[in-house]
Write a protein that binds this ligand. Structure first.
Ligand SMILES: *Cc1c(COP(=O)(O)O)cnc(C)c1O
Length: 499
């Protein structure tokens, strides 16, 4: 059985819990993140099995390796519901995460065919089901109140995943000027009787720190307890978010083998547009499990704190926060990096580094840790104009339309290839539909500016011949249900208000 422990558990195995408990708790009591004590291996035999399966069965199979306390049939049912053709649309028979080849060695995994047209659906469609099962498995009587801080896409994806799920309520906090108009509209118009959406004055880190502060406040936990609920998370710090993300890296590797693009056992490089470091950490886990992955390329926008970290070993968040056209990556504290520090450096070191980050806004990782880290990871970033240029070039040269986040990854992949000469087949994670960021994508293509989002999407569709995903065209004309804006220090009161 695989147990979970905190990245800051310096005493080791003092707080060793099952996966159901880890998913229910989210964050450990010591402020650390839960990680599995060991990683299961993809044996030749298992790979044979996975190769023959469709996405849903691969998901159930891989999840069951990590969630050993769960009933296998229940996991299979959860995967079947989560990744149904009803929820992931427009891919024909290619499953929820089709792989598209742009050239001989560049392949894109499209992770945005779900209900909110961004990759977070891949995890957030199944995570609420994993939580529901965990509540039942642990005999939980209280209601789970899920708190989410979002830089845009997580919020809507969580709302779609949790709305009208029994035994759960959800509140989403977003930075008032830190999300796109489309993202804001998507959240404000969410259906569901158990959802709340609140704007916070500040940036994403303010919202995220506010949520973290609620989670670590004993008095608030007791107050909640008295009212029959407890706080849970859906952010990528929750293991239930991370585990489903491992699946698409393994699955797309299988797809590349099946389509003859690579041979079994061939290495691939993986490039991921990175914010909170969850998505790329899932790719790293796939590598730890034995998937033939050579290098992981961390792609950043001009909030290039991770690029600098990989280059220098110094993580320094005390820098100007930049608003970019890839807002889901506008992050100065990449929470899941803590899991990588733990995996390479262990709990005592992680604890010290995280303490330094909290106190001084920075830390310097030891050279031997950085050496190990650089064996697997490379870091690149793209400026705003480079991102626009990449969107234009990719469309003009390949006839392929990408959103701003995917463009950052494609551009970084190109820098990696020209910088290293490494032409190993590349898997690039495409994290959002281009229509989700239609104004920025249109501008990059040189289309005329318009303030009307719907008109903007329509014009982009006309110009490119690409189809607008139904979930995006659907938000216009819906009732706006949530308009409240608060200061960060008001956040703790929100879950206690009845709504
Ligand atoms: C969340 C998000 C990212 C960043 O993913 P992390 O797991 O936070 O690194 C990238 N692109 C899009 C479109 C996103 O929504």
């Amino acid at each position: 059985m695989i147990y979970y422990r905190s990245t800051r558990d310096i005493k080791a195995a003092y707080d060793r819990i099952t996966s159901a408990e880890a998913i229910k708790k989210g964050l450990a009591d010591d402020g650390g993140l839960y990680v599995p004590e060991k990683y299961p291996t993809i044996t030749d035999e298992l790979f044979d099995t996975l190769l023959k399966m469709d996405y849903t069965d691969r998901a159930a199979c891989i999840l069951s390796l990590f969630l050993e306390d769960y009933d296998r049939k229940a996991l299979a049912a959860a995967a079947r519901e989560a990744y149904s053709e009803e929820r992931f649309t427009g891919t024909g028979h290619a499953g929820p995460a089709p792989v598209v080849s742009l050239s001989d060695n560049i392949n894109v995994i499209e992770l945005w065919h779900g209900p909110t047209s961004a990759f977070k659906d891949m995890a957030l469609q199944i995570m609420p089901r994993l939580l529901s099962l965990a509540l039942a498995m642990t005999g939980e009587k209280r209601l789970a109140h899920i708190l989410v801080a979002t830089s845009g896409d997580t919020g809507k994806a969580a709302l779609e995943g949790y709305r009208d799920v029994d035994g759960v309520k959800i509140t989403v906090f977003y930075p008032v000027d830190g999300v796109s108009r489309m993202q804001k509209l998507q959240m404000q118009t969410t259906y569901g009787s158990n959802v709340n959406v609140v704007a916070v004055r500040g940036n994403f880190d303010d919202a995220q720190n506010g949520v973290k502060a609620i989670f670590s406040d004993r008095a608030l936990a007791e107050k909640a307890e008295g009212q029959g609920f407890f706080f849970g998370s859906a952010n990528s710090i929750n293991w239930g978010r991370l585990a489903p993300q491992i699946v698409y890296y393994v699955s797309s590797y299988c797809d590349l083998v099946r389509s003859g693009k690579i041979r079994r056992g061939d290495k691939v490089n993986i490039c991921v547009p990175t914010g909170n470091f969850g998505n790329i950490f899932a790719a790293y886990i796939a590598k730890l499990m034995g998937l033939p992955v050579k290098r992981l390329i961390v792609a950043s926008n001009s909030n290039n704190v991770l690029t600098d970290f990989i280059a220098t070993g110094i993580y320094n968040r005390t820098r100007e926060f930049k608003k970019t056209i890839s807002p889901s990556m506008d992050i100065l504290i990449s929470s899941n990096l803590e899991r990588l520090l733990f995996t390479i450096g262990g709990a005592p070191l992680t604890d010290v580094l995280m303490d330094s980050l909290r106190s001084f806004g920075m830390y310097k990782a030891p050279d031997n840790l950085m050496e190990l880290l650089r064996k697997d990871f490379s870091g690149y970033y793209l400026t705003e104009s480079e991102t626009e240029e990449c969107i234009r070039k990719t469309f003009e040269e390949k006839g392929y339309l990408v959103d701003t986040h995917t463009a950052v990854a494609l551009g970084c992949a190109e820098k990696f290839i020209s910088g290293t000469g490494d032409t190993t087949p590349l898997l690039v994670a495409s994290t959002a539909s281009p229509f989700k960021f239609a104004p920025a994508v249109s501008k990059a293509l040189g289309l005329e500016k318009t303030d009307d989002d719907l008109q903007c999407m329509n014009r982009l569709a006309e110009y490119t011949g690409c189809r607008i995903p139904d979930p995006l065209s659907g938000v216009f004309g819906r009732e706006i249900r949530f308009t409240e804006t608060i200061d960060p220090d008001e956040m703790p009161e929100i879950p206690f208000r009845s709504r």
